[in-house]
Design a binder for this molecule. Structure first.
Ligand SMILES: [Zn+2]
Length: 441
């Protein structure tokens, strides 16, 4: 039987992983606790007590599931780790004598496969028990199975390809491997920006051109008024999976594509639709996607540079009770160890994203034909999607890419009272910019 030697790196990594998990759990518990606060009077007007009860029960159910899944995942990881599983699996893989590249893909592939199997019951419960109970689920079993199959296929093709390329770089390219890996992954993710809306999203949803009618005409009148060329306006069958609504803009210049969920079109008035779209246009006009991509590239570069140091450090392998120093195992261990450290970087990106949301809201209020329509649209969306109205600041700090609804509404109302004082008749012109696939609302 394997007896762990409790070496220093092992204890340090264990403390790191446990610390990250405790921090995440604390945020979830605080967020659930905040549901006990009484609803502010301004909210009671448009959200009846029953609606708030539903939101509370829904948020608690989702948080409980996340807690259970993450603690079970951690328990399984620690048991496998301290029972010498990483080394045992490596011995088994080595017996096949596939060469380092295929051994690496098989080693990581098997562990990722196990992770998928552990997560599957939680995905099933989330979709068919929780979302179903609260009336959001529209996913049939057939769609679910087809989705899982397609996602696995993409993971094997794209994930396996990227993994193989990184392994080759670190095995052959010596000290500059991190640079090759970084540049390669950056170019690949830029290509994906073009490929995703065209080839990958249509694998999961149907995009049909928005039929001529009031919504289409209103949208075109708006995009024309702000000189925002649009190639295609699509209606996406979001209702295939959920009753929750959304919209997004992707592409560049005349290739720009707008996608509105069918659920959004059904549940909202035309001025609200235009206002939601104006928010998405705001993301494009303010260069939010290129800015995020650029920061993401810097972040990836730092991670690759760190990776090159970790891979050469014997403590990394010792901490996971490995006999040798296979690069593929080092890559996996790095991903486990860096997760909790990266938890400290995440909030910076989230804070920036929340700032971008305020900017996009601001743009919508400035340019939409009915400046107040985004407020009513967001309130309705929050009610329909049972969004937590008073999330805990620590949870927001760690996880929220969007500001809490009340704060967004307050910012827009303040702006509206200012606009009403200053805005004369006629359109507001805004400088143009490069557009890409913007974050969702
Ligand atoms: Zn947004």
């Amino acid at each position: 039987m394997f007896i762990p030697d409790w070496n220093h790196p092992a204890l340090f990594f264990l403390a790191l992983v446990l610390g990250g998990q405790l921090l995440e759990s604390l945020a979830l518990l605080l967020d659930s606790h905040n549901l006990r606060k009484p609803l502010p009077a301004e909210m009671v007007q448009w959200l009846d007590a029953g609606g708030w009860e539903k939101t509370c029960a829904y948020t608690r159910a989702r948080h409980r599931l996340t807690l259970l899944e993450s603690w079970l995942g951690l328990l399984l990881l620690v048991v496998f780790w301290f029972a010498g599983g990483f080394n045992g699996l490596n011995r088994w893989v080595m017996d096949w004598q596939l060469g380092s590249l295929f051994s690496g893909v098989l080693y990581i592939g098997l562990l990722m496969g196990a992770l998928y199997v552990v997560g599957l019951p939680f995905t099933l419960y989330g979709t068919f028990a929780i979302e179903e109970r609260f009336g959001f689920n529209r996913t049939t079993w057939k769609t679910f199975v087809a989705d899982q199959f397609k996602m696995l296929l993409l993971a094997v093709l794209l994930g396996g390809g990227i993994l193989a390329a990184i392994l080759v770089a670190f095995e052959r390219a010596g000290e500059w491997a991190w640079l090759y890996g970084w540049v390669g992954l950056t170019l690949f993710s830029l290509v994906l920006q073009w490929v995703i809306p065209r080839w990958i999203l249509p694998l999961f949803n149907r995009f049909s051109p928005l039929a001529d009618g009031e919504p289409r005409r209103a949208i075109l009148a708006y995009t024309h008024s702000i000189q925002f060329p649009v190639g295609h306006i699509f209606e996406m069958d979001g209702s295939r999976r959920s009753s929750k609504a959304n919209a997004f803009v992707s592409g560049f210049g005349n290739n720009r594509r707008i996608a509105l969920f069918d659920t959004l079109i059904q549940q909202h008035t035309v001025p609200e639709l235009v206002a939601v779209l104006a928010h998405e246009v705001g993301h494009s006009r303010r260069w939010h996607l290129p800015k995020m991509l650029l920061l993401g590239v810097v972040h990836t570069g730092i991670l690759f540079y760190l990776l090159s140091f970790f891979l050469a450090w014997s403590g990394l392998y010792q901490g996971f009770f490995m006999e040798g120093m296979p690069i593929y195992a080092g890559l996996l261990f790095f991903s486990i160890v860096i997760g909790p450290i990266d938890l400290l970087v995440g909030p910076f990106f989230k804070a920036l994203s929340r700032r971008f949301e305020y900017e996009a809201d601001r743009f919508a209020v400035e340019t939409a034909p009915e400046p107040g329509a985004l407020i009513t649209a967001l309130k309705a969306l929050a009610r329909e999607n049972a969004a937590h109205l008073m999330p805990h600041p620590f949870y927001v700090f760690l996880h929220h890419s969007h500001p809490p609804l009340l704060e967004r509404v307050a910012a827009m109302e303040a702006q509206l009272s200012f606009v009403n004082d200053c805005r004369g008749p006629g359109t507001v012109t805004v400088p143009g910019g490069v557009q890409g696939q913007s974050p969702c609302m």
